[in-house]
Design a protein around this ligand. Sequence first.
Ligand SMILES: [Zn+2]
Ligand SMILES: [Zn+2]
Ligand SMILES: [Zn+2]
Length: 301
Amino acid sequence: MPRKKVDAVDLEQAEEVPLQPRRSGRKRKSTNYAEPKAEEADWKASPEKKSMIKKPKTENDKATIAAPVHAAIVVDDASPPPPTRPKPKKRARKARDDEVEYDHHGNEIRKREYLSYPPDKFEGKLERALNETRIAVIDRERTDSDGVPRERFTMMGNCYKGYTVNIGLVPKCDCMDFLMRRNSCKHIIYVLYHVLNVAYDSEFLYQHAFTTDELHRLLNEQTLAPAAAPQDLTRDGKQKEVEGECSICYTEFEPAKDSTVHCKSQCGNNFHSDCMKLWIRAQTNQYGKATCPMCRAIWVH
Ligand SMILES: [Zn+2]
Ligand SMILES: [Zn+2]
Ligand SMILES: [Zn+2]
């Protein structure tokens, strides 16, 4: 059918665009430029076929129709056969960021370049992560896969904005700072330093990728979370001494200036008032009620 259509237009153009003699071996009626007239008349006689013939209306229309037809003829006859489409090369699948890769010696490949000294702007981020902000850690969940330790931290900042930090082969955060620069942000540094107890001068704070061994050290050898400590088993709801760290933001209490609240219903542990507000908001959103971060008893205001 398409073939016929081309012929039809072809014929119409015959008067204006001289056909090049065909060199292909394909059989065709001997070129007789008088003949098309008759054929065209025959076509027009049939109403349904008539609709298939587009009559150029203006000089411009003629030009636009003529061009492709002419091109079609050239391709058909004169050009070498169209090159066979090259087979798509089998490209080695790029390993995902959470897949371990090894070099040909069998050593694990770090997913990002090893940084032997802190990158630009790291100091500023470190300062902000360590001093300016307290970020509530609303939830933590181990998400190990294929023997690679991983942990997900759900965080909430002061404006109730939530962030998700993943510590794995390539640490990631969903905040704008990380998405723009794709390497580090204060939330990741916060988790490493405050939650996972990485030392202030450790290179772990600024690496953009960890190896499996490093993740074992970071996530498996950290000190136990306060919730698991045995002294939290008292149940009288009497306030404990304000000392150590708040188990929502993982920063040290400064009793002289911090406003705190404690668990009145059961364990008596202290939390920053600001942190507890974030905790209650997040818990209520998720579960419809808030429980103590330490003993999980219903939170009493
Ligand atoms: Zn972030
Ligand atoms: Zn706190
Ligand atoms: Zn409690």
